[in-house]
Write a protein that binds this ligand. Sequence first.
Ligand code: ZN
Ligand code: ZN
Length: 382
Amino acid sequence: MLKLTFLGTSAGVPTKQRNVTALAIECLNPYLSGSNQGNDKQNNPNKKSRPWLLIDCGEGTQQQLLHTKLSMRQLVAICITHVHGDHCYGLPGLLASAAMSGRREPLTLVAPKAIATLLEAITATTELHLPFALNFVAIEEVLSEQRDTNKVNIRLSDQHQLNIDITLLSHRVASHAFGITQTIQHRTLDTDKLLKQGIPASALWGKLQQGHDVITEDGQQLCAADYVNDDLSRTRVVVAGDNDTPACLTTALVDTDLLVHEATYTHEVLTKIQGKNPEFDPMHSSAQLVTDFVEKSGVNNLILTHFSARYQGFNNPNSKTPNMAHIRLDAETVFKGNLWLAADFDQYMVDGAVDSVSNQEGRQKGCQKENRVQYIGSARSY
Ligand SMILES: [Zn+2]
Ligand SMILES: [Zn+2]
């Protein structure tokens, strides 16, 4: 289960309503309740754990974070799609503030090599000292060394894992999409079956759930394999950076619950911009270009973001002033799936499929959920 919080949804420059790009993805484990949410007891014994990733870090992202409940201490990785300033100028400030607030936990940074050069220059010139390990993963190296998988693995606990795969997109500089796949293993005990067989709740149930065969007081031998199911929950979200060719994502979108993609303009505006200055193509997508592709891709849930500052926040298809209704209409001309236009602080819950492996009946693919993606409100608190 992944919870998305949009921290910035504007392209290029911020507006009064929208900051530049950043997206937080919290990795929730629904099998752990309340304060144990996502807790990894070995590494994190004493505090609430809600590990999260940050995709892109435009200027001002740390200020946006102050309006949410996200904790910098729980940030496990930052992924930067490309080197344009509206996607990375917030990174040095965010790291410096994390250092000043006493963070000691190591942090993974997945980014183009040039981001390491940027941080080295800032470290050398501004007395920046990070009191935590920064595990830098250069995208170029991942793409060249692991042609088949392109995966960065982050282990949150024995049962809870994240895989990040990287896809090269088409933009003025090398830009990338991150495929975030969360897997959670969970073992359930078939209590109905036990009760039907006259075996009431006792310490034996706990032993069976842990996979031990047991003998009841009246001498019945119970095989754990007959009473436990191993569930594997898998949720996959693909978050694309700036990109003028959505078809680059064809392979990445297989078995994906949700795509987050830029839609900088309507198609009409994109064509006008390209026509006005043939020497300079900004290499962005229109809403129509994205939905045209996604409609054929089999992905049913799409969130558009990274809107040009020319679009005002109101919704009026009849207004001459560019506004969000124009983007929505452009997208809806072809797309019949679930579509959302992101606003700053919007939150969405993404809940993937659960495969159940009953040791008696074999693997049952399924438990397909109807509404994989739900808008759950605004994260903003003042
Ligand atoms: Zn951008
Ligand atoms: Zn860009």
